[in-house]
Write a protein that binds this ligand. Sequence first.
Ligand code: ATP
Length: 199
Amino acid sequence: MYLKSLELQGFKSFPDKIKLSFDKGLTAVVGPNGSGKSNIGDAVRWVLGEQSTKTLRGNKMEDVIFSGTEARKPVGFAAVTLTIDNEQGELASEDREVSVTRRLFRSGESEYQINGKNVRLKDINELFMDTGLGRDGYSIIGQGRIAEIVGAKSNERRDIFEEAAGISKFRYKKQEAERRLHAAQENLVRLTDIVSELE
Ligand code: ATP
C-alpha cells in the first residue's frame, strides 16, 4: 500500500485544482517558508477524517477553505482526494486502487466519498482502521509528535501499539457490539413495561 496521488482544490493556499503524484519510495516536498509544504500534510490528515482544527493549525474547520489573497477572491469549498494503491489488499476493499475524497462548503455542508460513492466518516475510519494510516494512525508524524509519544501516558502509548498490532479494529467492533447490546436491553426493559401495563 502506498500513496499514489493527492488532489487539492480550494484547500488552504491551493485555490486551483492541482494533482501531486507520488512514486513508490521516498518523496520530499521542498520549498521556501510559507509556500504550503505543511498544508500538503494537513490535506492528507484532513482527507483521512481529521476533526481537530488545532491539529489542522486553524481555529475553525472553515479555515481549510482558501480564504483569498490580494490577487484572488476566496473560494466556496475545499476538496481533497487521496488515491492509495491497494494491490496487496491491505485496505478492506476489493478495489486495487482506493480514492478517498472529502469536501467542505462554506455553508458548513460536508461530504466524504470512497471511490466516488458517498459514505459516512465512520466508513472512512473503518477503512483505515489497523492500517496505521487513519486519522489516529501512526503514519503521519507531525512536528512535536515524537516528544508527545515519549511523554504519553501508558494507556495512550498502548493505543499506538494496539493500532500497530492490528487490535484496534477488534476493540472498536467489541465496543460497537456492546453499544448495540445495551440499546437492545433498554428496548427490552421498555417493552416489558408496556406488556405489564397492558396485562
Ligand atoms: P514553513 O517552511 O515556514 O513551515 P510551509 O511551506 O510549511 O512553511 P505552510 O504552513 O504549509 O507553509 O503554508 C502557510 C501559508 O498558507 C501561509 O501563507 C498562509 O497564509 C497560507 N494559508 C493557510 N490557510 C490558508 C487559507 N485558508 N487560505 C489561504 N491561504 C492560506
